[in-house]
Every structure is written in structure tokens, then in C-alpha cells.
Design a protein. Structure first.
Length: 282
């Protein structure tokens, strides 16, 4: 790199790269991300639930700049069996796995009964604790109530915070008080493309107040394509739009937000830019 040229990098801290929306052009999509300055991607391994729990690992083992998570999403909680939890225990030992998730509560769709969601959530918290992996949280309330946030944060306070492993509130959509409670438990707050949506003022308010050293950016690909790509399939190359919006809120250049959030990612996961696996497992 020529002297005096700053290295621009972005990290997409949450993308579902295995999904069928990418089947036709997965390699090209990953190539576009690299061309756009995306240095690392955390591929989320919840997949479609049991039977696909290693989906992110397969990609991470193919590309040295992709990491993986594992976990059962609240949508598929009702499908979880003891055999699935045993499989997750083994998958957690794979070198490219750096997080457990996405896990949590979804009271918006209620694809699984709420008591089952909570039970599967708690069981995975115990497994993640044993594996010493930070967690990636999905929390989506119903349109009428914020109960999912209260339930999620209360469970985390009682059953996760004492472990000191922290985690990520992925695709944050809550209020600033919700973010504060998570920050107090050692969580990072990750902002996705929906921060660019016209009606997302609540998300922008949280992004304006969150400590810069605790912010991450993500796409949640293939979902939530940001403005100006809204309505299209999302992909990791678009993560810079989240950086751009945060930059506008905080008086920073898009590239500075990229570098800052990348540094936050490396620091949180105890990685270096050159790492292909967590330092603790080297």
C-alpha cells in the first residue's frame, strides 16, 4: 500500500451467508464484499435450525476472512432436541467458531411458543458459558408490547451477566434505556441497514448516544438492505451504508466509522487483523 494511504476496512459482524438467496452467486457476492473493503465477516450459524447447525462453519473453513457462530434461533426453538444441543457442544470446539448465536426471543412472529423460546435460550446460555463463547442476541418485541426486551434483558442479567463473557445485541431496534442495560452487562451494540430507514429514529437516537468503542456494524444479509438499496437483497458489501449513517450522526467520516467498528470487533473477540482463529485457541 502506498505511503500515506489509510487502510479502509469494514467488518460485517452479522450476515447469513448460507441462505438460499445467495445460492446463485455466493462467491461473487463475497468477492463484491472484499472489493468494497470488507475485511472480515461473522457468518451466523443458526441456519434453518436443526440439521443446518454447521452452515456457517462450512463457509468459515473455506474463507480465511470469515468467522462463524453457532446456535438455534428462537424461530426454531420448538424443533430443538437433546441431540441438537449435543451437536452444538461439539461444534463450539471448531477453531473458526467465535460466538454463540443468534439466540434470544422473538415475540413478533411467535414461530415457537414463548415458554419454549425461553427454555431453549436458557439452555444455550449454559452451553455458551461452558464453551466460553460470547453470545449474539436476537430480540424482537411484538407490535403491542416491549415484553420481549424486558424478558430478554432480565434473563441475561440473571443467567448470563455473571459469566463476564458479554455479547452482541444484533440489529439493535430497542430504545436507549434497553441499550444501556445491555452495555452495563458488557454487550456490544450492533447497528444494521435499518438504521437508514426513514422511520428508524429510535435506532438512530441509540446510535447517537452509544459509546463509540461499543458499537459494531452489520448487514443481517440477505435481510434489511439499507437505503439506497432498500427493497433489494442485502449483502455484506452494503455494510458501509450503516457506517455512513452512524458517521452522519456522530460527525465522523464513513471510513473512520469503518475502522473504529473494525477495531471494536477485533478487541471484543480478542482477534488481530491477521488472525484466522481466536487467539485463545491458537
Amino acid at each position: 500500500m502506498p505511503a500515506g494511504v489509510l487502510h479502509i476496512m469494514f467488518i460485517d459482524s452479522h450476515a447469513h451467508l448460507e441462505m438460499e438467496q445467495f445460492d446463485a452467486d455466493r462467491e461473487q457476492m463475497i468477492g463484491r464484499a472484499r472489493e468494497a473493503g470488507v475485511e472480515k465477516i461473522l457468518a451466523i450459524g443458526s441456519g434453518t435450525g436443526p440439521g443446518s447447525l454447521d452452515c456457517a462453519i462450512r463457509l468459515a473453513e473455506k474463507y480465511d476472512f470469515i468467522y462463524a457462530s453457532i446456535g438455534i434461533h428462537p424461530h426454531e426453538a420448538k424443533l430443538a432436541t437433546d441431540a441438537d444441543f449435543s451437536e452444538l457442544e461439539q461444534l463450539a470446539k471448531r477453531p473458526k467458531v467465535i460466538a454463540w448465536g443468534e439466540i434470544g426471543l422473538d415475540y413478533f412472529y411467535d414461530h415457537s411458543p414463548r415458554d419454549v423460546q425461553q427454555s431453549v435460550f436458557l439452555r444455550q446460555l449454559e452451553l455458551a458459558k461452558t464453551a466460553k463463547l460470547p453470545i449474539v442476541i436476537h430480540c424482537r418485541p411484538s407490535e403491542k408490547s416491549e415484553n420481549a426486551w424486558e424478558d430478554c434483558l432480565t434473563l441475561l442479567k440473571a443467567h448470563w451477566a455473571p459469566a463476564g463473557l458479554g455479547g452482541i445485541l444484533h440489529c439493535f431496534t430497542g430504545t436507549w434505556p434497553h441499550a444501556q442495560r445491555a452495555l452495563d452487562m458488557g454487550f456490544m451494540i450492533s447497528f444494521a441497514g435499518n438504521i437508514t430507514f426513514p422511520k428508524a429514529q429510535q435506532i438512530r437516537d441509540a446510535a447517537r448516544q452509544a459509546p463509540l468503542e461499543r458499537i459494531l456494524i452489520e448487514t443481517d444479509s440477505p435481510f434489511l438492505a439499507p437505503v439506497p438499496h432498500r427493497g433489494k437483497r442485502n449483502e455484506p458489501a452494503f455494510v458501509k451504508e450503516a457506517a455512513r449513517q452512524i458517521g452522519e450522526l456522530r460527525g465522523l467520516a464513513t471510513e473512520d466509522v469503518g475502522r473504529l467498528t473494525a477495531a471494536n470487533f477485533y478487541s471484543f473477540f480478542k482477534l488481530t487483523e491477521a488472525d484466522e482463529m481466536p487467539a485463545a485457541q491458537r
